[in-house]
Design a protein around this ligand. Structure first.
Ligand code: ATP
Length: 463
């Protein structure tokens, strides 16, 4: 399958199976805006939950927050966004399209190929001019410049302005970090590649505040931790890489940045950037707000401004990478093709499908009772229509790891058939064992809480 075919297939599966629809489709669609459908929202929620679990729940040096999208405009002056958050915009005098001057190789001329062959060195381009990417709107009923507010172009600033609040309310001291998931808006010049570059998207960002002399070590550790996160959730290692940004690419605030990139069908592209921001942001906000953003170190009796490491990821880009990576087709000996999304169980929109072999109440009733029990723990779907083969295929297409079939034998042996998505192997499992059987496979324990791990020295065991 060629890369273009793969992307077309993923986009069409996403629409057909209720993962992702175009926004306002019945009105012809709104460019670069996408709606997540029934399975898509479950997938994206699972990506966000896995991120939160890894960067907040499983660490003792992190807290969370959820800031407002609208902020005082001064915050965007302090951050540098009003002055410098822009891309170089060029127009083509021939095809009238607009492009980002630094991304010309990524796009084709959309129109009039006879005049403008899609080779931008053959286009008649204007000089580049700076285009600010922030969406502006007005707060309150009067549309005047004093009422201008911006839709945030990143969630990060909502964390910086709350840094002192976190230190005061949680008694955290650097090194510690704050995590946040939320919408961000950028008036991108050339959005595209499905949900990869859109004008409204969701970010998953961390600001990690650390003592200046520890910041390099924390930066290295975050690059490694975030890279591992994608691998642990199943992205193929040969399609994932870390790339240090060159000095010409670095944002105005960054001392250094490593991007985590995925090999999408349209080429290597950024999933996340881990920036070493020094003390730029807190100093800027201190200066513009007149508030002290330094931290008093009880140990050294000194004031210092924490340095910041920022792992900044896109929820939509990560979701797209997991979707593309999971897509697979298999052809059996009869020449029939099975489309399967091989999601990591933690990300699968539906974890368990319950499939009674017949619609008769003898099977439908116990099936709905099993489904009700499983639902208290996992996302479950019951499907009673069509042949069992068709039902398996439907679940494969949305990546459901386990299908549970209830047949007439179940009435006497009190067991069900569980079919695994990737191997298609089937095993008979007692109904009273079903929950623990599934839990073992859907949520494998990370550690055995044995005495030898808790008290290694005393028990003579190993951590
Ligand atoms: P790019 O170079 O692709 O424009 P960026 O370097 O400007 O991205 P950051 O400002 O570092 O992106 O934002 C952090 C993360 O937010 C990115 O790694 C990406 O996952 C996500 N992101 C940024 N812009 C978009 C967008 N227009 N659509 C979807 N996700 C985005």
């Amino acid at each position: 399958m060629s890369p273009n075919d793969l992307m077309d297939k993923v986009v069409s599966l996403a629409k057909r199976r209720g993962l992702i629809f175009q926004s306002s489709e019945i009105y012809g669609g709104l460019a670069s805006c996408w709606d997540y459908g029934a399975y898509g929202v479950l997938l994206k929620n699972a990506v966000k939950a896995a991120w939160w679990r890894s960067v907040v729940q499983e660490r003792d040096d992190m807290v969370g927050q959820d800031a407002a999208i609208l902020m005082r405009p001064e915050a965007w002056v302090a951050s540098g966004h009003v002055a410098t958050f822009s891309d170089p915009l060029v127009d083509c005098r021939t095809c009238k399209a607009r492009f980002r001057a630094d991304k010309l190789e990524d796009v084709q001329c959309p129109e009039k190929p006879s005049k403008c062959p899609g080779q931008h060195n053959a286009c008649d381009l204007t000089e580049a001019r700076s285009f600010n990417l922030m969406f502006k709107t007005f707060m309150g009923p009067v549309e005047e410049s004093a009422a201008t507010v911006y839709l945030r172009p990143e969630t990060a600033q909502g964390i910086f302005v709350n840094a002192k609040n976190h230190m005061n309310t949680t008694r955290r001291r650097p090194p510690f970090g704050v995590a946040q998931i939320g919408k961000a808006f950028r008036n991108e010049i050339t959005p595209g590649n499905f949900t990869f570059r859109t004008r409204e998207f969701e970010q998953m960002e961390i600001e990690y505040f650390c003592p200046p002399d520890q910041s390099d070590a924390h930066w290295d550790a975050w690059v490694e931790a975030r890279y591992q996160w994608y691998l642990n959730l199943g992205l193929k290692a040969d399609r994932l890489r870390r790339r240090a940004q060159g000095s010409d690419e670095l944002a105005h605030y960054a001392k250094a940045t490593v991007d985590i990139e995925y090999l999408f069908p349209f080429g290597w592209s950024e999933l996340e950037g881990i920036a070493h921001r020094g003390d730029y942001d807190l100093r800027q906000h201190a200066e513009h707000s007149g508030q002290d953003m330094s931290f008093f170190d009880d140990a050294t009796r000194e004031h210092w401004v924490p340095h910041v490491v920022e792992p900044s990821a896109g929820a939509d880009r990560a979701t797209l990478a997991f979707l593309v990576d999971a897509y697979d087709e298999e052809t059996d000996e009869k020449g029939e093709t099975r489309v399967v999304l091989r999601f990591h169980p933690r990300l699968a929109p539906i974890k368990v499908a319950i499939l009674p072999l017949s619609k008769k109440t003898e099977l439908a009733e116990p099936a709905s009772r099993i489904a009700a029990a499983m639902r208290t723990r996992w996302t479950v779907e019951t499907d009673t229509t069509g042949s069992i083969g068709k039902r398996y295929r439907r679940q494969d297409e949305i990546g459901t790891p386990f299908c549970v079939t209830i047949d007439f034998e179940s009435l006497t042996d009190h067991a069900v058939t569980v079919r695994e998505r990737d191997s298609m192997q089937q095993v008979r499992v007692g109904i009273d064992q079903l929950e623990s059987w599934l839990a073992e496979r859907l949520e494998p324990p990370t550690r055995q809480l044995g005495a030898s791990w808790i008290f290694p020295a005393a028990v003579g065991g190993q951590a």
